[in-house]
Structures are given as C-alpha cells and as structure tokens.
Design a protein around this ligand. Structure first.
Ligand SMILES: Nc1ncnc2c1ncn2[C@@H]1O[C@H](COP(=O)(O)OP(=O)(O)O)[C@@H](O)[C@H]1O
Ligand SMILES: [Mg+2]
Length: 417
C-alpha cells in the first residue's frame, strides 16, 4: 500500500473554484481561468509515494508546489480530488480525525524554520509532543534523541538566536523527527541555506531516511537537489505534473521539450552513478586458475589486466598481463595477484565522487555490491572525468551523450577455472 496517494487533485484559488475545475476539464486553459479571476495552482495532480521513498516535487517558483504539499496535509482543502494517507482518505475527515492524522502520521518542515525564538532549542524540538499528551521528561528525552540524530547533541539548552542558519534548520528537522511520524513533508526545507551547508543537510537527510525508513515528500526548485535526493521526481509546471520518474528516466526520456530543456544543463556527474557508466568485464579469471590460464585468456581477448574472482563472485584481486607473461616465462604456478591497492566503489557512488576517489590509479575501478560481489568495472575513470569536463575522448563522445540507464543484468563474461 502506498504511504501517500494523490488522485486528480485540483486546487483553484478564487470565487466558485469548482467551476474552474469543470472549465479545465472541458479544455479551458489556465490563462482563460486567470482572466476570470481564478488561479489554478494545482491541476489534476496524481501520484503516489511508496513507504520509505524520497519523492521530490520539482518546479519553478509559482508552479504550485507549496499549494500541492498543503493539500496533502489539508492545510488547504483540495478543490477536487482525493488524498489518501496510509489508507485513510483525508478529504473526508472531520477536524478531530484530521488532527489525529497530522499528529500521528505526517510532520512538516518549512523553509523558514518556524522556531519559537523565546523557547530553547530542546523545547523547540519537543514542540508538538505536548499536544500529543506526552509528559515533560519523555518529551525532553525524545527531543534530545532527535537533536542527537541531526548532529545537535548538547545544544538543547541553547536559544535559537545562538544558532547558525544551518543549525536552525536542523532544529526544524529534529522537531519533525521527534514527532515520530512515518511521513515527512518538506517544503523547500534547504533552500535558504548556503550551498555547502545545504549539501551537508542533503547528505544527512539521505542518511536519516535510510536509517529511519521515513517516507519523504520533498519540495524544491533546485534541479540538482531534486536529482540528488529523489528516488523519483515529479516535474511540475504551471500547476501540472509534467513527468514523474527517476533522475535517469527524466534525463534519458524527457516527455516533452519543457522537461528536456529543463534538464539539459544539469550536472550529470552529480546525478549519474557508477552503475550508470560501468561496464561488464570482457572476461574474469577464477581464483583457482594459474598463470597459464590467465595468459591464454588475456591473449585471446587482448587484455592488459584481468580480474580474479572467487566462486561467490567476490573479487580476489587483479593480474596485469606483463606480470602474467613473466610468471609464464619463469614457469611458476603462482598467480601474480594484486589485491590491497585495487580501487573499489559501490554502484550508487556519483561520478563526481568517483573522480576524486580514483584520480590516479592505473587499475580499473572495481564496482562491488554491498556483499562485496563484482557488479562491474570502470576501466578508465580519468577518461570519464575528462569527458565530464566537456572534453572529447576523440570519438566525439562526451558525457552528454553517454547513455544513462540501469545496466542490463550482469554479464559474467568468459570465465576460466
Ligand atoms: N492563498 C492563495 N490565494 C491565491 N493565490 C495563491 C494562494 N497561494 C498560492 N497562490 C497562487 O498559486 C500559484 C502557485 O503558488 P505556490 O503553490 O506557492 O507555488 P510554488 O510553491 O511552486 O512557488 C501562484 O500563482 C500563487 O500566486
Ligand atoms: Mg513554495
């Protein structure tokens, strides 16, 4: 069951807004409605968010993002359509039911931290727990725990004015965490922060999401932020959702020119990951093989290096062709294996992180899953980095036209045992 579902949601500001819904359904444009004094802020929004997903709504200022998120927790009543939270249609709830959903299911983090200036950081983090009827020592404990989670351990007794902007936003986040709801709505929560702090907060959010398994509806006007955070992204324009998809899907298959132009300048090195650019090795060598087998395989495939893998596909090491040739010449049975110095990475590491990580290694970058098993290789990260800088590798290929996609199932290549 989805954590959150919006179905055909409209929000139109102005007098007799229902007429606007009808007019839009009959094909009238947004501009025609505006000329009649109606503002269609959200038009026919349909999407669902899975439990544990970070779902980002991305759009320029005025595209209807805040209005949409406010209809989700019914700070605004939708003009038409339904919103279902954790199985409950909140459009039909009375005030009491609504308060309960807000208290138990969803919490919200705003751009302008909304801290109470005369309360301590701890009291601010605990704000909301009192209305839940929690006693003061439990409240304090819960608030401290939440402050700890956002990196503000020991700041509970301070006043908000003693904190930097980034720290204040962390208090806002701690408040939402202290509330203990499964769903968090975040409206431009990081937009007021300077870029460095902002990235830190994004990392922290991803980390918290993974640890606490929250469902997050995150709103931003920043495409890079959307691509970095979103498991899926809804691209919004003029009140309508134009496309919903993963960053890769939106980059690869924009549904229309608007989305295509929007994403054309995105920094792909921050969006694309090792999984998107890795290759399957032409061949791998079983770890029980000797120099002779390696030599044969490398000659057959014209390889300068060969990965050696164990039966369970964990990586045993790498051999270089000149070492193998020497071993064969000398008639030894021992594979000239290199192990410790191999550069490893995970499939979800972004290219920009890869570039710094594997700057000068002559060996290929080995991509492993969380069980340390081989999933792919990136033979030449330096080349990739150069392409990322817009330079060409000589075939007129730049990172711009490297196909983005989930790699087809791992091809285990030729194995010799
Ligand atoms: N309370 C309101 N009354 C009238 N118009 C509103 C109201 N709130 C928002 N709007 C209009 O709805 C549109 C979408 O606004 P908003 O949801 O705030 O966009 P975003 O958050 O994407 O910047 C804008 O044209 C805005 O002027
Ligand atoms: Mg807004």
């Amino acid at each position: 069951m989805p954590a959150l579902e919006a179905d055909g949601v409209f929000k139109i500001f102005g007098r007799r807004p229902e007429r606007g819904v009808r007019a839009l359904r009959e094909g009238r444009t947004r501009e025609e409605l505006r000329s009649r004094g109606l503002t269609p802020a959200v038009i026919d929004a349909t999407f669902s968010v899975d439990p544990g997903e970070i779902f980002v709504v991305m759009g320029l200022s005025g595209s209807g993002k805040s209005t949409l998120i406010r209809t989700v927790n019914r700070l605004l009543d939708p003009t038409a359509g339904t919103v279902v939270i954790d199985g409950t249609d909140i459009s039909s709830l009375d005030a009491v039911g609504l308060r309960r959903v807000r208290r138990e299911k969803i919490s919200m983090v705003f751009q302008h931290f909304a801290l109470l200036p005369h309360r301590t950081v701890g009291e601010n983090a605990a704000y909301g727990l009192q209305v839940q009827g929690m006693n003061s020592s439990d409240r304090r404990a819960r608030a401290e725990q939440a402050l700890d989670m956002v990196g503000l351990k020991g700041w509970g007794a301070s006043m908000p004015s003693e904190l930097s902007g980034g720290m204040r936003q962390r208090v806002g986040l701690a408040r939402a965490l202290a509330a203990g709801t499964d769903i968090m709505l975040m409206d431009e929560a990081f937009s007021a922060l300077d870029p460095l702090i902002r990235r830190e907060m994004q990392d922290q959010l991803i980390d918290l999401q993974q640890r606490l398994d929250k469902t997050i509806l995150f709103i931003t006007h920043d495409l890079n932020e959307a691509m970095r955070l979103g498991d899926r992204i809804a691209m919004m324009r003029d009140g309508r959702i134009e496309q919903i998809g993963t960053a890769e899907q939106i980059l690869n298959n924009p549904v229309n020119n608007y989305v295509a132009e929007f994403v054309q300048d995105v920094d792909r090195t921050r969006v694309l990951t090792a999984a998107n650019v890795m290759e399957q090795p032409v061949a791998v060598l079983g770890s029980t093989s000797g120099p002779q087998a390696a030599h044969k395989l490398m000659r057959e495939h014209q390889l300068a290096w060969l990965l050696v893998v164990n039966r369970d596909r964990t990586v045993h090491g790498l051999v270089w062709s000149h070492d193998v040739a020497a071993a064969v010449r000398e008639g030894t049975d021992v594979l000239p294996l290199h192990r410790a110095e191999l550069p490893y990475t995970s499939p979800d590491t972004t290219l920009s992180d890869l570039f710094t990580q594997a700057a000068s290694s002559p060996a290929p970058l080995v991509v492993r899953d969380e069980d340390q098993r081989l999933v792919g290789v990136i033979p030449d990260v330096t080349l990739l980095a150069a392409m990322g800088n817009g330079q060409s590798n000589g075939n007129g290929q730049t990172l711009e036209n490297v196909p983005v996609g989930i790699p087809a199932g791992v091809d285990h290549g030729t194995e010799v045992r």
